[in-house]
Ligand binder design. Structure first.
Ligand SMILES: [Zn+2]
Ligand SMILES: [Zn+2]
Length: 410
């Protein structure tokens, strides 16, 4: 069917606005808006049939004259986003089912191949009008905020996208978990055991860093994504552990990162500290989490009975470069799959004695369980220092001193 024939058929369904008529051919010919396209078709039909052309003033059966209200929608959007800092945005729309049915019926009745859906014209036209009102740009890929129009209820709602920054943290105090743990007794609801806080531990690294962040960004929450995690009783010292902080629903997006770093470190009172390197994004969180970094540990080892230092040092040498077979340790078996992993001890060095304990530094392949490498975990880890010494050895204290990170920029 010719385009003119198709346009005529569409108009036979009922009165149709220029936008909707044009949109049925929305992917044909560039440099035109849908209403220009629609008006052009109506003019061509009027000339072809030698009929008078009149500007459309009726009630469109497809959209109910939605596009007369574009300016009003734009103003509603501007009111909705007041008090929120953003530089780019995107408009979305919950299409009323009736409008979707109307246009889909015509597409299939006339086998149209190049229509544009209602939704995309709405998003584009309201987006343009908002852009004119507030001078900010539409961004289809990574908008700061998304505003969803709901024609059915004549309301607009805002989704604020998270901001992210990348840094490293040190943890100087043992007994602080990396992220918030709900109280085991009440599962976070609050009970006598947790003093009605709902928390198993009063503070976590996430909260110590996150509280000033939530204030600074006027945000809902701050979520810490770490490059792995240390045990609750391990310190994280040396160059620190790489992390990305996700600031959830921030009303403020631009904040001086150096000032933020200062504020976090002041508030954490030496229990935790951060150095913030740069801004980051969601895609990098995935990279960070899949980053299989080698880690370096400094541990104090306690051995049963009296043991000459050179005998200890010789036993360590046996582990240098060794491949360790580790069955999932007893202590984490309840939350990890039970299997046997092979991990390498890349480097292991003896640093003398301290308070009757042996000081050791280990560079381990990602995923090597250090405590079990020493204790043997009842034979689940082999070889182990316990096995080599033929006497019980265990980790008295453990510090993570180095974790490889992401590109840190300048
Ligand atoms: Zn219409
Ligand atoms: Zn509780």
């Amino acid at each position: 069917m010719e385009i003119n024939e198709q346009a005529k058929s569409i108009l036979s369904y009922g009165e149709c606005c220029d936008h909707c008529l044009g949109r049925f051919f929305g992917k044909r010919s560039f440099g035109l808006s849908n209403d220009e396209r629609g008006r052009g078709l109506k003019i061509a039909l009027a000339i072809g049939e030698n009929q008078p052309y009149t500007k459309f003033t009726g009630n469109c059966w497809v959209c109910g004259n939605f596009f007369d209200g574009v300016q009003e929608w734009a103003e509603r959007v501007v009111r909705t986003v007041q008090g929120i800092e953003f530089s780019s945005f995107l408009i979305g729309c919950r299409v009323p089912p009736l409008i979707a049915e109307n246009e889909e019926m015509v597409w299939s009745d006339l086998s149209l191949t190049e229509p544009e859906p209602f939704k995309s014209e709405v998003n584009r036209e309201v987006g343009k009008a908002v852009s004119v009102l507030i001078g900010k740009t539409v961004d289809f890929k990574k908008p700061d905020i998304v505003i969803i129009l709901d024609p059915a209820s004549e309301t607009a709602e805002v989704q604020i996208n998270s901001v992210f920054f990348y840094g490293r943290y040190q943890k100087y105090e043992r007994g602080i978990p990396q992220t918030h743990w709900d109280c085991r007794a009440c599962k976070g609801e609050g009970c006598e055991k947790c003093n009605f806080t709902g928390a198993q531990y009063m503070d976590s690294v996430e909260e110590l860093i996150g509280r000033p962040v939530i204030t600074a960004f006027d945000a809902q929450n701050a979520v810490l994504h770490g490059a792995g995690r240390e045990d609750i009783d391990a310190r994280m010292i040396g160059t620190g552990r790489p992390f990305i902080m996700e600031v959830v629903e921030p009303k403020v997006r631009s904040f001086d990162l150096a000032a933020l770093e200062q504020e976090i470190n002041r508030a954490a009172e030496g229990r935790v500290s951060v150095s913030i390197k740069r801004w980051s994004d969601r895609a990098e969180v995935e990279t960070l989490k899949s980053n299989k970094a080698h880690k370096k540990y400094r541990i104090l080892v306690e051995v049963d009975g009296a043991l000459p230092a050179d005998e200890f040092a010789n036993a360590l040498k046996t582990l240098q470069g060794a491949t360790i077979h580790q069955r999932t340790p007893e202590r984490v078996a309840h939350r990890r799959a039970d299997k046997i992993r092979e991990r390498k001890v890349l480097d292991i060095e003896y640093y003398g004695q301290q308070d009757g304990k042996f000081v050791v530094e280990i560079l381990g392949e990602a995923g090597l369980y250090i405590k079990e490498l020493i204790s043997g975990d009842g034979g689940r880890t082999r070889p182990s220092l316990t096995e080599i010494l033929n006497r019980s050895a265990h980790v008295f204290s453990l510090d993570v001193v180095q974790v490889e990170g992401m590109k840190e920029g300048d």
